[in-house]
Design a protein around this ligand. Structure first.
Ligand SMILES: [Zn+2]
Length: 330
């Protein structure tokens, strides 16, 4: 009989078969049911079919769907309803905890502050057993001053479960050095720091690692282009947040087998697993672990890698104590 292995991350107080999703975005994770329900009351909103695609040819495709979603999130009540449905969906999928980005910039058009959005998300999760910890995602394109203000906000929002600050947006136009001061302040204030990078160039990974002194990079595919960069990530103990369905669905669609996961792992880099935008990429965290198992087979180095990286998550995620377990069945 073929042996299959299942990987699961768990929180300290949750069942051993529960998952932690360490990289997800609120806006892209909200389940389709929410949009269907809201659309029946607001037929002027973008049709739910336009809020996700099987494959995104480029960032414009992706942004179009994302912006359509934002139309639905114009009030604290709507955000609360979306968060409640998301939490229920996660619970059904045996998720015990999420580390979830949200993008305050996107809510400014609705005159909503980061604090209002964070509070509404937590209200939505309150009825569930899912622990939600938030990362404020800053868009590079809005510049360093804006990121500085977001760091100030994040430091004031600990009570709303905000644990960190992230960087997204155009990695080629805005090098990480522009955000060095803000990230230094975030880190000295005890916030987790992470950056999306390495989707377009290996240089952006080096830049983020050197300029931002981070312990996690999101995606980071292109790091695998250069053995010296793989070595640098391993030596600095920088984990890569791997989101397999996201990789497969972006830029016109890519075969999963081309993900440089094994290059990173065999080079000593720790990985952690997330869904990125579960609804937009039609996935769940359980599916991501299944995909991981399909890709790497029975390889104990991966177990070790996930354990190491998850231990580091624990340092940064406050009350969310994340451990990794490795279950064998079949
Ligand atoms: Zn992401």
């Amino acid at each position: 009989m073929k042996r299959t292995r299942h990987f699961a991350s768990i929180t300290q107080k949750t069942p051993a078969d529960a998952f932690t999703d360490v990289h997800t975005h609120f806006e892209g994770a909200i389940p389709a049911d929410f949009f269907m329900k809201e659309f029946s009351a607001h037929p002027q909103y973008p049709h739910p079919d336009r809020l996700r695609l099987p494959v995104y040819n480029d960032m414009t495709d992706f942004a179009r769907c994302w912006c359509g979603r934002m139309v639905y999130l114009s009030t604290p009540d709507a955000i609360r309803r979306a968060a409640r449905m998301l939490a229920a969906d996660l619970e059904r999928n045996h998720v015990a905890a999420v580390i979830m980005h949200f993008s305050p910039d996107e809510y400014f058009r609705h005159d909503l502050t980061a604090g209002t959005v964070a509070g509404a998300i937590q209200d939505g999760f309150r009825m569930s057993n899912v622990v939600c910890r938030l990362i404020i995602d800053c868009v590079r394109d809005n510049g360093p001053d804006h990121t500085g203000r977001m760091v100030e906000e994040a430091l004031l929002l600990r009570n709303a479960g905000v644990i960190g600050i992230g960087l997204g947006g155009d990695e080629s136009a805005h090098p990480a050095g522009e955000f060095r001061q803000s990230f230094r302040k975030a880190k000295s204030g005890g916030l987790l720091t992470t950056a999306h990078c390495g989707e377009l160039s290996v240089e952006s990974v080096v830049d983020a690692a050197e300029q931002l002194d981070i312990r996690r990079v999101v995606h980071g595919y292109r790091a695998a282009d250069d053995p010296a960069v793989i070595r640098m990530l391993a030596e600095k103990g920088i984990a890569v947040e791997v989101c397999l369905s996201s990789y497969a669905c972006m830029y016109g669609g890519r075969p999963m087998s081309t993900h440089p996961l094994m290059k990173l792992i065999t080079g000593g880099v720790d990985i952690i697993i997330g869904t990125d935008d579960a609804d937009m990429f039609t996935t769940t965290i359980a599916r991501e672990y299944t995909l991981l198992g399909d890709l790497v087979g029975n390889d104990d180095r991966i177990v070790e890698s996930i354990r190491n990286a998850s231990d580091r998550c624990r340092m940064y995620s406050g009350r969310v104590h994340i451990n990794a377990t490795f279950l064998t069945s079949g």
